[in-house]
Design a protein around this ligand. Structure first.
Ligand SMILES: [Zn+2]
Length: 141
């Protein structure tokens, strides 16, 4: 079986069985951020710990990325012939609102306030043959 690795283990943990996003929690005011930041934007506190974020939330604003993002920094397919459009949006988790890729790319299938859950998406295969996985949110119901 091909080994799957996280695109960035500071934001996405896939090694504990069930994938989850990793955010930051301020120990002074309990404010969450995603991704984790060295300082709290709310109270300027610096006592931040890693926090496992909920894997379900509600869709806020979204759009569809219809052409390959600039590469670098984008690591996925950037050949316009092979590129598949994908949704991007904001999902409100219990702790914090995250900016994320969406598994759905048809505007008619997305609506504000719909329930979404975390999924893994294959982004590319690296030089060692490992599948590099990123996170995306998918509609549920
Ligand atoms: Zn704080």
């Amino acid at each position: 079986m091909t080994k799957q690795i996280s695109i960035n283990e500071f934001v996405l943990n896939i090694s504990d069985g069930k994938p989850y996003l990793v955010g930051g929690k301020c120990l002074d005011c309990e404010n969450y951020t995603f991704p984790i930041m060295p300082g709290c934007p709310k109270c300027a506190g610096t006592r931040i710990e890693k926090a496992k974020l909920g894997d379900q939330g509600k869709l806020w604003a979204w759009t569809v990325q219809g052409f390959p993002p600039k590469s670098p920094p984008y690591l996925g397919e950037n050949d316009p012939e092979k590129f598949k459009s994908f949704g991007v949006g904001y999902v409100e988790l219990p702790e914090v609102i995250v900016e994320t890729r969406l598994t759905e790319n048809e505007p008619a299938k997305l609506s504000e306030g719909m329930n979404m859950e975390l999924k893994l998406e294959h982004l590319y295969t690296n030089g060692e043959g490992e599948e590099v996985m990123t996170y995306a949110f998918s509609p549920i119901d």
